[in-house]
Write a protein that binds this ligand. Sequence first.
Ligand SMILES: C[S@@+](CC[C@H](N)C(=O)[O-])C[C@H]1O[C@@H](n2cnc3c(N)ncnc32)[C@H](O)[C@@H]1O
Length: 176
Amino acid sequence: MGKVKGKHRQDKYYHLAKDARYRSRAAFKLMQLDSKFFFLHACKSVLDLCAAPGGWMQVAVNKVPVGSLVLGVDRDPIRPIRGAISIQEDITTSRCRLTIKRIMAEKGVGGFDLVLHDGSPNIGGAWAMEATVQNALVIDSVKLATDVLAPKGTFVTKVRMEVLNISGLYDYHIHM
Ligand SMILES: C[S@@+](CC[C@H](N)C(=O)[O-])C[C@H]1O[C@@H](n2cnc3c(N)ncnc32)[C@H](O)[C@@H]1O
């Protein structure tokens, strides 16, 4: 049987996100990571790659010091979030890199304290194929992060691994 995905996956976090007015259940992933590793409170600049609809951006804006730069990028539009900037770009392109660098220059940011990446290809294909494309996206995000991350900055990404056993394919999310 196919795995239930996206807006049809109405688990506990879906309802919590709705009640707390977060745009995605993913917001809770970032909150959980931050409660464990405590990296958001001191960030003066955050780049959120593959950020739509903007749940992670909402969490970041709430946790970083006032006046920090929170920049979200996605190939889909992101509805405005107070205290954040968003751009509609494909993170694999050089145009995206140049746009990010232009905004960094405008805001006087030499490097981001934190780069987040929660990209998913949304190709609607086979599960294993999606994992492959998603992990290619991780490589693209790493390349971009190494170009714009401040020294001693933090990079958070999502890696998907498919493990085949006798009952079928399982999906794991690892946060580094
Ligand atoms: C799971 S959602 C991100 C959710 C987000 N972290 C949040 O909290 O709302 C994955 C996003 O990756 C984006 N994406 C996939 N490939 C992309 C690419 N090449 N460039 C930019 N965004 C991409 C999709 O458009 C989608 O919005």
